[in-house]
Design a protein around this ligand. Sequence first.
Ligand code: ADP
Ligand code: MG
Length: 676
Amino acid sequence: MAQRGPEAPLARLGLKRDWDFLLHLPLRWVDETRLVPIGQLRPDEEQQAEGVVVACEVAVRGRRQLLARIVDGSGELLLRFFHFYPSTRQQLAVGRRVRVFGAVRGGLMGLEMVHPRVRPVREGEPLPQRLTPVYPTTAGVSQAMLRARIERALRGVEITETVPAELLQGRGLPPLREAILALHHPPPHADVGHLAQRQGPPWARVKFEELLAQQISLRTARARRAEHRAPRLAAGGRLAARLLGALPFTLTAAQQRVWREIAADLARVVPMQRLIQGDVGSGKTVVAALAAAQAIGTGYQAALMAPTELLAEQHFGRIAHWLRPLGVEVAWLAGKLPSGAKRAAREAVAAGRAQLVVGTHALIQERVQFAKLGLAIVDEQHRFGVAQRLRLRAQPAAGDTPHLLMLSATPIPRTLAMSYYADLDVSGIDELPPGRQPVVTKLVAAARRDEVLATVRAEAARGAQVYWVCPLVEDGEDESTAELTAATRMYEQTRRLLPQLRLGLLHGQLPAAEKAAVMQAFARGGIDVLVATTVIEVGVDVPRATLMVVEHAQRLGLAQLHQLRGRVGRGAGKSYCVLLYDEPLSEAARERLRILYETTDGFEIARRDLQLRGPGEFLGARQSGVPMLRFADLEQDAELLELARDVALRMLAEHPAQASAHVQRWLGERADYLVA
Ligand code: ADP
Ligand code: MG
């Protein structure tokens, strides 16, 4: 049955229990503790005045409006209403005494307030002792209603501490009750500007509580995971060693260290949940392939999922090239396969004939049943939502939970690693294969595109290969037709301007086979300039390509530009990235381009990106289940986050009942999400 009354819109705001109301904190505060004599009202400020109504009439001056005048002995104030009810007129009947609150402005007829808040009062009625809160709200919920409901919660709930006092001693945080009351009803002298910025001890206390709830729930989820059993994938070391021996290069020290960490995880019965984090070009794929080999060598299956068909195809090609000679059966599964081929792949996986299956989202969408999945690998994990990542692992594997390995070039800043990703073990490949030189970045205004064409000509003449990327939209997994047109147009134009060069065109809407053919031709060196949409953004690896040109670079985000730039500088040759931008540049775009120009360090770029955009990019598209922070800010409140982490550990160890009461208080029903 549909809910009636104010409950439904309140529930939409997430407000059900008393604690939800207590933790629904004001956006700002207004000062109704003072009365300003009408003669001393200042224009352009919100103020409160009191007076007796001397006139009230409905007038039509362009628009129908209610005009009332009040006086207090020091002056006269006009009140103007364009929308009003009969009750408004009653409140403003001549002779009534009213308190009005609103922004004052200077009008033709002296000072006035438009749509002030009006309250009838008796003479000498006491003023509030505290500032008045203004709460975030939604259609169907008035401030007055919210205030009343929150007042009721404040009166009805005993605000107890869940955190044992000794854990917070000497931290300068006020008691919780004091903090919550101070935020709902700050004293008149409080600095409301400061408060609205969420600064000061009461906010620090509440933010700490929020971070603590997050830390406890993430750690609880991690502990629950440890209760699942995973297959022990230890015996497969031989196959992994053979793969290692067959590689045309030796692992870097960082790759070796990460591989050891993963091999050790796989040999345990606790399901691994590990992220390999390494900047673009650091060589994550081969480490994932080694992990797959270890699973397969032990008699289990492995699955590798990539966010784009192009990347999945490339992985399939490369990994099959490595593993097939060792006798491993590798299958390919993508959404665009003909249904017969798809069915055959599914059957091979279900029967256990396919030992490794590489593919796209199809792996989780096409009802794939694994005979014996031991390891799920997700490349470019930030491109997937949490639910999608976990679904690949949710495949039944003889009653066991498969191990999960994720790869990402988008570094997780430390604060995020400690918060949203606290449930993850992270291995960093912090070293590039030998001989790589940092990519040189150039910022060029679009007006100077001729110079870029000259550079392309010169580079190609030396045998270098070039990517020419034409993005139009910043995100969107599906390319817009506009983007396609842009790439096609660019292709035609460039072909005319560079008639002596071999050009290729690549976009997401090409049939899979054609896409693969173009990519292979480029990888073989049969194409000099590959004009492409942002489909090549992630993962694509052609070491001979040394020049990347990005059109309309100002439209792309930092992470995306860093990824695109990472397509070059993958071999021993000196590489360049030219970011073509259109003028005028917005302040934000200028800042992004400057950051890219200044650094090639993925960590630094991620940190700056977090500052500019907040955590969304890092968390992936749909972080279902992970509660977002409402009050705390990971960058600004890093210290509180650290404290929350330490306190969470101690509470879980020494005061588990209080730890779960704390999470319950903050998350209520949502507390279960995390464990799913
Ligand atoms: P990413 O970490 O961006 O996914 P890749 O796994 O695609 O990087 O590797 C980038 C390139 O470096 C590939 O051509 C790969 O074969 C090569 N590579 C990986 N490890 C090494 C190594 N230790 N020495 C030399 N080349 C390597
Ligand atoms: Mg990669």
